[in-house]
Ligand binder design. Structure first.
Ligand code: TRP
Length: 459
């Protein structure tokens, strides 16, 4: 009846949205941020932001989507605010940029499954030459993009939802099994202590900003991905409850990922976690070193299993990002889903080529720019992260909030959120009023300005 498609039921919607939220951000980004930000101290700040700042943004995106049944751009038009269309267009831009580099990292992880399964434990000494190996990385990137395209082209209930319903439970079981195994290793406990015991001395202003950025990215906000997913939700669904479940699932899986990674790091460093490498190296260099140390077929199995799990998490996220431009093309230009997928995949892949080449293969792209006040050049991929994650996501999030509070009006948002829930006259409703009008604009503007100053101007 509806050629846009719909989620078949509540479970499908929640699985797909949780699948969008759970991704490289949880398993690769989160543990790294935790270890930088004083362990449990970071966790605490992170949770605080998820519930006070992010849930209101999530509810707003979902409500706009469901109310209009349109994509990130069309939704603003459908509500009668043509001038706000640019916010949606910026969202589309960020979906293309983020997917373009995210696919590259997912492709590395994908290749690692085969490297480690074939006992190439040495890969951790060769990460540099691995990412410079043009044939390998390009092939893996094409395969991963093709997988994403395949599931998106199958449609909302037939592709995206089915994928998430299978991969999400599998992912949870896999993470739990690896963490149980990890805890049996020597020195696992030091790893856990490093992870969980709060060290508030490590907390700086930038920890706070990073926690906010991490929460925003992890919950898939500020791109219109949740406007898009919201547009496929039944008119009867309780959005408030769904948003809380998705947030808990995302936070819960990030936490579990830490329970898997830190005991492993404790084992490898013999309890001296301060010496463990960070950044991309954490997953692609340190972990394989651990699998090598475990050795033999157990090491190969656990290692390949880990990277498979990472790819599962990444795939339900790449699918959600691709759906943003695809829904836009289908709704606004009236083309078939297949054509929209093909167009998007080509645009995104081309945009990602410099990120693909800028990790060793091309010197120019590897040392792409030097920001003011920094003597370390950064790669093209990092540049795109700074542009999209640190700038566009909070900007679009801010615009969506301002739109809901001052253009569309809070009463209309309330009406949408009240469907199927006891939201009316609740504490949440009252909180949403001050959150949307004052708290979020102030917090998001501050974060945006600070991030820009710190990142691009070395303040
Ligand atoms: N949340 C995902 C992660 O943690 C990434 C992601 C998927 C995303 N869809 C998004 C980020 C939309 C921002 C906007 O890996």
């Amino acid at each position: 009846m509806n050629k846009r498609g719909n989620f078949s039921n509540r479970l499908g919607f929640i699985a797909a949205t949780a699948g969008a939220a759970v991704g490289l951000g949880n398993i690769w980004g989160f543990p790294y941020e935790v270890s930088q930000g004083g362990g449990g101290a970071f966790l605490f700040i992170y949770l605080f932001f998820c519930f006070t700042i992010c849930i209101p943004v999530m509810l707003t995106e979902l409500a706009i989507g469901r109310k209009t049944g349109r994509n990130a751009v069309g939704a603003f038009k459908a509500l009668g605010f043509k001038n706000w269309k640019f916010a949606g267009l910026l969202g589309i831009l960020s979906s293309i940029l983020i997917l373009s580099y995210y696919n590259v990292i997912a492709a590395w992880a994908f290749g690692y499954i085969f490297e480690i399964a074939t006992f190439n434990f040495n890969i951790h000494h060769e990460f540099q030459s691995y990412t410079s190996d043009l044939f390998k990385v390009v092939s893996y990137a094409i395969i991963f993009m093709a997988l994403t395209s395949f599931f998106v082209s199958k449609g909302v209930s037939g592709g995206i939802e089915k994928l998430a319903k299978v991969l999400m439970p599998a992912l949870i079981i896999m993470i739990i099994s690896v963490s149980i195994y990890a805890m049996t290793l020597p020195n696992a406990i030091q790893g856990l202590e490093f992870y969980i015991i709060p060290d508030f001395n490590e907390v700086t202003l930038s920890t706070v900003f990073n926690a906010m950025g991490q929460a925003f990215f992890s919950l898939s906000l500020g791109m219109g991905a949740l406007i898009t997913y919201g547009s496929y939700v039944s008119k009867k669904e309780n959005l408030v409850k769904s948003a809380v479940i998705v947030t808990l699932a995302d936070v819960g899986i990030a936490f579990l990922a830490g329970l898997m990674i830190f005991p492993l790091l404790g084992f490898m460093s013999e309890g001296h976690l301060d010496n463990v490498a960070n950044g991309p190296d954490l997953i692609f260099v340190s972990l394989p070193e651990i699998f090598a140390e475990i050795g033999g077929s157990t090491g190969a199995f656990i290692g390949a299993f880990f990277f498979l799990l990472l790819c599962f998490a990444a795939l339900t996220s790449t699918v959600s990002m691709m759906e943003v431009p695809v829904a836009f093309l289908v709704d606004e230009f009236n083309i078939t889903r297949k054509k929209a997928v093909l167009t998007t995949a080509l645009v995104v892949f081309s945009t990602g080529i410099p990120s693909l080449l800028g990790n060793g293969y091309s010197d120019q792209l590897t040392s792409f720019v030097k920001y003011i006040g920094s003597d370390q050049p950064i790669s093209f991929l990092t540049f795109v992260i700074n542009l999209a994650n640190d700038t566009l996501l909070p900007l679009v999030g801010l615009l969506i909030t301002l739109f809901a509070a001052y253009a569309w009006k809070k009463a209309n948002l309330d009406q949408e959120l009240a469907i199927g829930s006891d939201y009316k006259a609740s504490f949440l409703q009252r909180y949403m009023t001050i959150a949307l009008k004052y708290i979020l604009p102030i917090v998001l503007t501050t974060i945006l300005i600070m991030k820009l100053l710190v990142t691009f101007f070395g303040v």
